[in-house]
Ligand binder design. Structure first.
Ligand SMILES: Nc1ncnc2c1ncn2[C@@H]1O[C@H](COP(=O)(O)OP(=O)(O)O)[C@@H](O)[C@H]1O
Ligand SMILES: [Mg+2]
Length: 188
């Protein structure tokens, strides 16, 4: 993948995101490459994303998965977290959207083979479904970052989102939103 997409800089494209385990590059206007920095197979993540898309859940279309490289549809829009910083009066609307994304996900039966790190249950858990992993596009919200997806009880996913939102020190979130953060999960 790297050789066919490498630009003059030696990088596959413009770096548009960087997390703990992977970097995200814009390959062109239609595609991004999510590349793990350590040896890793994206096969399971890609298979789950394809399964979710088939079930009608809003995830980016997977175009290829090869070792640590996941090529997917490039989403155009901004993260819900960035929108919160820019338009904090939309907090209630975004909280409802986040709750609906949780509910819709938890309505889909887990495919076989997912790990159960948080106990028994046969629903799909994202385990990082917070505003930084929701892209707001012209076609609606789309959920990214499926690295931690597992099977288990839906409440564990909501609890995890609550803990992440409550303990995150997100610079993008306006100060006044950080204190009453329990409101994020109150809509459920
Ligand atoms: N399919 C995509 N289209 C456009 N931008 C993306 C896409 N996937 C990820 N990004 C951008 O890259 C950032 C990091 O991606 P993400 O998968 O959440 O990894 P991490 O949280 O580990 O950094 C996202 O917050 C988003 O800005
Ligand atoms: Mg992310």
């Amino acid at each position: 993948m790297a050789s066919s997409t490498a630009g003059k800089s030696g990088f596959p494209g413009e770096l548009i995101g960087s997390g703990r385990a992977a970097d995200v590059y814009a390959l062109d206007a239609e595609r991004v490459l999510r590349r793990y920095r350590t040896p890793h197979s994206c096969a399971a993540e890609a298979a789950l994303m394809r399964y979710l898309r088939e079930a009608g859940y809003p995830v980016p279309e997977v175009l290829s998965a090869d070792g640590p490289d996941l090529v997917m549809e490039r989403l155009h829009g901004r993260e819900m977290l960035a929108d919160l910083a820019a338009r904090p009066w939309r907090a209630g609307r975004h909280a409802r959207t986040l709750a609906v994304l949780h509910d819709r996900l938890h309505g889909i039966p887990a495919p076989p083979g997912l790990p159960h790190p948080l106990g028994p249950g046969e629903r799909i858990l994202h385990l990082d479904l917070h505003p930084g992993n929701v892209m707001l596009t012209a076609d609606g919200p789309v959920v990214i970052y499926w690295t931690n997806a597992s099977a288990g009880p839906p409440g564990a996913d909501v609890a995890m989102a609550y803990l992440i939102i409550g303990s995150a020190d997100a610079d993008a979130a306006p100060q006044w939103l950080r204190r009453p953060r329990s409101a994020w999960c109150a809509g459920r």
